[in-house]
Design a protein around this ligand. Structure first.
Ligand code: HEC
Length: 128
């Protein structure tokens, strides 16, 4: 009698444990899917930007309206660092992440469409 009731309790316990395992794996898979989708979008953005042919002139105009407050009118640095020869330390992907990522406050993250991002890259690449 006692053995059968304890085995029923054991069975319930096992079911409870499996339920928890199931819930945890569903949550972990959802997190993976979200992470993947998020990175997929970012990668598509980067690939699209790198495919485009930027314009130094438009990039410079964009820089003047968005970046000079911190990087200086000639990009020689102010609150933010001098950006001349930045392309020797950061590759295009890293620059895109820097500009759109908001990774290093106080520099904000910018929402720039691929064409304008490409123009900006071309301008930064011209600042050798
Ligand atoms: C509110 C001020 C601010 C604005 C606006 C700003 N930045 Fe920055 N930026 C910074 C600061 C501060 C850093 C240094 C962050 C660090 O390394 O911790 C930085 C770093 C960078 C870097 C990396 C430099 C390096 O040596 O690693 C790049 C590239 C850059 N900014 C580009 C831009 C561009 C392009 C824009 C305009 C779209 C812009 N920033 C607008 C403040 C700003």
């Amino acid at each position: 009698m006692t053995t059968s009731s304890s085995s029923a309790a054991e069975k319930n316990l096992k079911i409870e444990i499996w339920k928890k395992v199931l819930i945890v794996s569903v949550v972990v898979s959802l997190l993976f899917i979200l992470f993947y989708l998020n990175n997929y979008d970012k990668n598509q953005y980067i690939l699209k930007t790198l495919e485009l042919e930027g314009s130094v002139k438009d990039g410079k105009a964009l820089f003047k309206t968005n970046c000079v407050g911190c990087h200086g009118i000639t990009a020689r640095g102010l609150v933010g660092p001098d950006l001349h020869s930045i392309t020797q330390t950061l590759n295009d992907r890293e620059i895109i992440k820097q500009v759109t990522g908001g990774l290093t406050p106080p520099m904000p993250s910018f929402e720039i469409d691929p064409q304008n991002m490409s123009n900006l890259l071309k301008y930064l690449n011209s600042l050798e």
